[in-house]
Structure formats: structure tokens, C-alpha cells
Write a protein that binds this ligand. Structure first.
Ligand code: AP5
Ligand code: ZN
Length: 217
């Protein structure tokens, strides 16, 4: 299975990616997680990316496309993969297509802006694994600790309300058009065109997992 997860910040892409990963045995390629790892490691890329991420903007297409192409060379990607948070702009989608990277399904998880703000303020993350929790909707077994490793959870620097609002603006202007991009391509019926599915991301985490699995067949 080769999958793209689309949806606004806070839609639950990362949360659902964890379940998809387990069920289908495919790696999650999260450009956000890759950038946060670079920030943590203090690499030149990480230092540059942190400024952009904290302001709610997008890291340059060139850098992101390079990261993804390198990641796809890894052996664990040969039998399938799931993109989370990529592509995010039309040039990124074009680059993927031009490189001949196959995609079977594009799955959009929709959540209205109003609900996103509340989700982000309660989010807690385990940065090394990318696992996320919510203090009210998806709490860890032990407060402040990751379920798997027992390590500390943190609040992401870009989850401040004003940054979230900026990220939502960027999503609507630059990323949302990708749904039309893939729908139009799908409608051509070309062999390489992906199937496009849209589901609501409102409801319990379990209810959404059921919708995701149903959509993925
Ligand atoms: P990235 O890490 O990709 O962030 P995002 O796309 O904005 O998405 P999030 O990770 O914020 O949300 P999510 O959909 O994964 O939701 P989650 O499952 O955590 O990118 C961060 C930044 O990196 C970008 O702003 C940009 O600067 C840069 N970047 C990354 N990729 C890039 C690219 N391709 N090009 C350029 N720049 C790039 O859930 C959110 C919260 O809600 C959690 O607390 C969760 O527990 C909770 N929750 C989940 N499901 C539910 C539910 N059903 N009900 C209630 N709460 C729920
Ligand atoms: Zn995420």
C-alpha cells in the first residue's frame, strides 16, 4: 500500500498513521517528524527549519523534496509507504509525480478549523517516535509519559494559538488545493492515478480509525 494522508494541522494524521502502520506494515514518512528530529539534533537544516516552523510557515520545497527522496531509498520503503504531512504544496506534488513515485490512495481527513485550535492546545507529543496524545481526548496511560517508552511528553513549540492560526491559513491557501489536484488526476482514469477518499475526522479516535480502515479496504 502506497498512501498519502492529507488534512489540516491537527486533523489526526499522526494519530491514525500509528494504526495504519501497524495494520498494513508500512513505514510512516512524516516530514514534520523528520524536521523535528533535525531541530533536536541541531543540524544546520534543523536550525533553519525551526525558525520557519515556529512562525507557522512552510520549509522550502527544495529541502523537503530532497529529504523525501532520500528517505524513499531506505529498504523499508520498498514494499509500500505512507506520507504524513507531505506533499503540502503543488510543487511538492508535481515533484513526486515527476519522480514516478507511485501512490495508490490519497486519504483526506477533514476537521473544521474551530475544533483544531482545541486539539492543538491539549496535544502532548513524544518527539523521538512522533506519537501524540491529547490531555482530554487521547490521554496517555500515565500523565506526561509516553505509553511505549515511559519517556517525557512535551508540548510542540508550534502549538501556540497564534501559530496554529497561521498554520491553518497556510493549509487553506497552499495545501487544501492538493485535494483538487489529486481528484482531477484520479478522474482521468490514468493507470498511475491514485484513488481519492475523503472522511470526516470528527468523533472519537476509534471511530475515525474504523473509517480509515474502511476507506483503505
Ligand atoms: P507537521 O508535523 O506535518 O504538522 P501538521 O501537518 O500541521 O499536522 P500536525 O502534526 O499538527 O497534526 P496531525 O494531523 O498529525 O494531528 P495529530 O494526530 O497529532 O508539520 C509541522 C511543520 O513542519 C509545518 O508547519 C511546516 O513548518 C513544516 N513542514 C512539515 N512538512 C512540510 C512539508 N511537506 N513542506 C513544508 N514544510 C513542512 O492530532 C492532533 C491532536 O488532536 C493530538 O493531541 C491528538 O491526540 C488529538 N486528536 C487526534 N484525533 C482526535 C480525535 N478524533 N478527537 C479529538 N482529538 C484528537
Ligand atoms: Zn502530525
Amino acid at each position: 500500500m502506497r498512501l498519502i494522508l492529507l488534512g489540516p494541522p491537527g486533523a489526526g494524521k499522526g494519530t491514525q498513521a500509528n494504526f495504519i502502520k501497524e495494520k498494513f506494515g508500512i513505514p510512516q514518512i512524516s516530514t514534520g517528524d523528520m524536521l523535528r528530529a533535525a531541530v533536536k539534533a541541531g543540524t544546520p537544516l534543523g536550525i533553519e527549519a525551526k525558525k520557519v516552523m515556529d512562525a507557522g510557515g512552510l520549509v522550502s520545497d527544495e529541502i523537503i523534496i530532497g529529504l523525501v527522496k532520500d528517505r524513499l531509498q531506505q529498504p523499508d520503503c520498498q514494499a509500500g509507504y505512507m506520507f504524513d504531512g507531505f506533499p503540502r504544496t503543488l510543487p511538492q506534488a508535481d515533484a513526486l509525480k515527476d519522480a514516478g513515485v507511485k501512490v495508490d490512495v490519497v486519504l483526506q481527513i477533514d476537521v473544521p478549523d474551530g475544533e483544531i485550535i482545541e486539539r492543538m492546545s491539549g496535544r502532548r507529543a513524544h518527539l523521538p517516535s512522533g506519537r501524540t496524545y491529547h490531555i482530554k481526548y487521547n490521554p496517555p496511560k500515565v500523565e506526561g509519559k509516553d505509553d511505549v517508552t515511559g519517556e517525557d511528553l512535551v508540548q510542540r513549540d508550534d502549538d501556540r494559538e497564534e501559530t496554529v492560526r497561521k498554520r491553518l491559513d497556510v493549509y487553506h491557501s497552499q495545501t487544501k488545493p492538493l485535494l483538487n489536484y489529486y481528484s482531477s488526476w484520479s478522474a482521468t482514469g490514468e493507470a498511475a492515478a491514485p484513488t481519492v477518499k475523503v472522511i470526516s475526522g470528527q468523533g472519537s479516535v476509534d471511530a475515525i480509525t474504523a473509517r480509515v480502515f474502511d476507506a483503505l479496504g
